[in-house]
Design a protein around this ligand. Structure first.
Ligand SMILES: Nc1ncnc2c1ncn2[C@@H]1O[C@H](COP(=O)(O)OP(=O)(O)OP(=O)(O)O)[C@@H](O)[C@H]1O
Ligand SMILES: [Mg+2]
Length: 495
């Protein structure tokens, strides 16, 4: 059981919350009941005190009247009444007298001990209360002993005793105090009866919560475990693994997002593998050519100057091809890792015209009609070098694949927030089946391969990468036999 694990934390937190809630509910219920019992005891005591007070006054009056009736007067009558009163106390307030549930003690305030007690537990230590009753000539209520109500939940309940000090005048005129003591036995029993079920209920509620939480945590963690196992196999390089998406909950959503991520990673990894394989293959071809011509040079180069020149020319051609390829590859890798763009405001028409002029001179022998954009300026905020690179790739392709006598046109147009550059040619066009692939690295149509046009199939991939990372779009439309149009749409940039 690790403290840092979700399982343990959820469990502990749950038990804590459950305990707090259960405890709050139970303690409140208990307090209401206990408080009610307290009230009942206090009311019972007052009732008892009222009856006892009337009883004691009645006893005093009766004994005085009896003495007078028997013909006594003065001090004799008082002495007789005193004796009669004292004698009547056990009878009226004795234990045998079932009319009262309390117990009683008669105190002479001048003495430290009570003069008559009906039961042992009727002697309470509350001199101050008694003195107050005498001084004010009225009953004083007191609640003595007992525990705070909350504690009674956890220990055997103890409500203490309820006392009323009732002052009264004896036949001889002295003021005495009658203590009416009530021990709330029935109320204590009532509390004692609800205490165990409450404690048991609390324990049960907490256990139940723990159990439910355990189940929930187990279910949740099983889902997480499934994800972890799947993630572990991905870690081991198995990108074909998919996480279980079945559950219609947040973990299912997480699995779906992760699956999408894995799919992207897999495609990327596939692309990378293919890229490395294609690049090695493209590099291996010129290297094999160079090695072949070196063999020829070694064998016949010394004797035959014609063979030597031919071999050296071929080695030169192949090595140039390698240089071109490595340069393009480097360009691709560079732009993959965020090319540095130095955006400046420039005239995109001028850039296009320069590219067209360059292509014209490079493809002079092909007799192609090149048309560039007009002399007017069209401003664009972008890196002019990158823009030039893209247009050069497109114009070179157009010139390369168009037959002699054809035409290549570069035009530009400024729209709302964009600049749109189109490069169209009257070449052989690209078939609909090939169109989706031409922007892929190393893709060359079979026709271009067999024509031996010497490319690597990287030009359009590079162009697309540059346009994409500039926030633009590149598209192509082609009709086989009629020509091809590439459209590049670049955001004009702010201002
Ligand atoms: N203007 C075009 N007309 C007809 N086909 C084209 C045109 N532009 C591109 N293609 C086709 O798209 C393929 C990919 O072009 P891309 O520029 O990427 O490679 P490439 O020209 O063959 O080689 P590289 O540009 O690396 O020297 C070409 O092989 C060709 O089949
Ligand atoms: Mg090309």
């Amino acid at each position: 059981m690790r403290l840092t694990s979700f399982r343990t934390r959820i469990l502990l937190l749950g038990i804590l919350f459950a305990s707090i809630i259960v405890a709050a509910v139970l303690i409140t219920t208990y307090l209401v009941v206990a408080d009610g019992m307290d009230d009942v005891a206090a009311t019972e005591t007052s009732r008892l005190a009222a009856r006892a007070a009337s009883e004691v006054r009645h006893a005093v009056t009766t004994s005085i009247m009896d003495a007078r009736r028997s013909g006594l007067t003065g001090t004799q009558a008082i002495a007789a009444a005193e004796v009669a009163f004292a004698n009547s106390i056990p009878e009226r307030f004795g234990v045998a007298q079932g009319f009262l549930e309390g117990s009683f003690a008669f105190w002479d305030p001048a003495l430290e001990e009570p003069q008559y007690v009906s039961a042992e537990n009727s002697v309470v230590d509350d001199d101050a209360g008694r003195q107050r009753a005498v001084a004010n000539a009225e009953s004083v209520e007191a609640h003595l002993g007992g525990r705070p109500l909350v504690l009674n939940l956890f220990f055997a309940p103890d409500l203490g005793s309820y006392v009323v000090h009732v002052p009264f005048q004896r036949p001889n005129g002295h003021t005495w105090v009658l203590d009416v003591v009530y021990w709330p036995v029935r109320e204590t029993e009532a509390i004692e009866r609800i205490r165990p079920p409450m404690l048991a209920l609390s324990a049960l509620a907490i256990l139940l919560t723990a159990f439910i939480l355990r189940l929930t945590a187990k279910w949740l963690l099983r889902l997480v475990d499934e994800l972890r196992i799947a993630a572990d196999s991905i870690d081991a390089g198995l990108l074909d693994v998919r996480l279980p998406e079945a559950s219609g909950n947040e973990i299912g959503d997480l699995a779906r997002s992760l699956n999408a991520l894995i799919e992207r990673l897999r495609r990327r990894s596939d692309m990378q593998t293919r890229f490395v394989a294609d690049a090695s293959h493209e590099l291996a071809t010129p290297v094999a050519g160079i090695r072949g011509y070196i063999g020829i040079l070694r064998s016949w180069g010394a004797d035959d100057p014609e063979v030597r020149t031919e071999a050296l020319d071929a080695i030169d051609r192949e090595s140039r091809r390698m240089v071109r390829l490595t340069r393009q590859l480097l360009g691709l890798i560079r732009s993959e890792h965020e090319l540095e763009y130095h955006s400046v405001r420039h005239d995109v028409n001028a850039v296009c015209r320069e590219v067209v002029a360059g292509a014209e001179s490079r493809h002079a022998e092909k007799d192609i009609l090149f048309t560039g954009p007009p002399d007017t300026a069209l401003t664009l905020l972008a890196d002019p070098e990158r823009v030039e690179e893209v247009i050069t790739i497109l114009v070179d392709n157009a010139a390369k694949y168009t037959q002699p006598g054809g035409s290549v046109t570069v035009s530009t147009i400024g729209r709302k927030g964009d600049v749109v550059i189109t490069v169209s040619d009257t070449g052989p066009g690209i078939s609909a089946e090939e169109l989706p692939f031409i922007f892929e690295r190393f893709y060359r149509s079979d026709r271009s391969r067999s024509a031996g046009s010497g490319g690597f199939g990287l030009g359009l991939a590079i162009a697309k990468q540059i346009v994409d990372s500039s926030g633009g779009l590149i598209d192509v439309a082609s009709t086989p036999g009629e020509g091809t149009t590439f459209t590049v749409c670049l955001p004009k940039g702010r201002g």
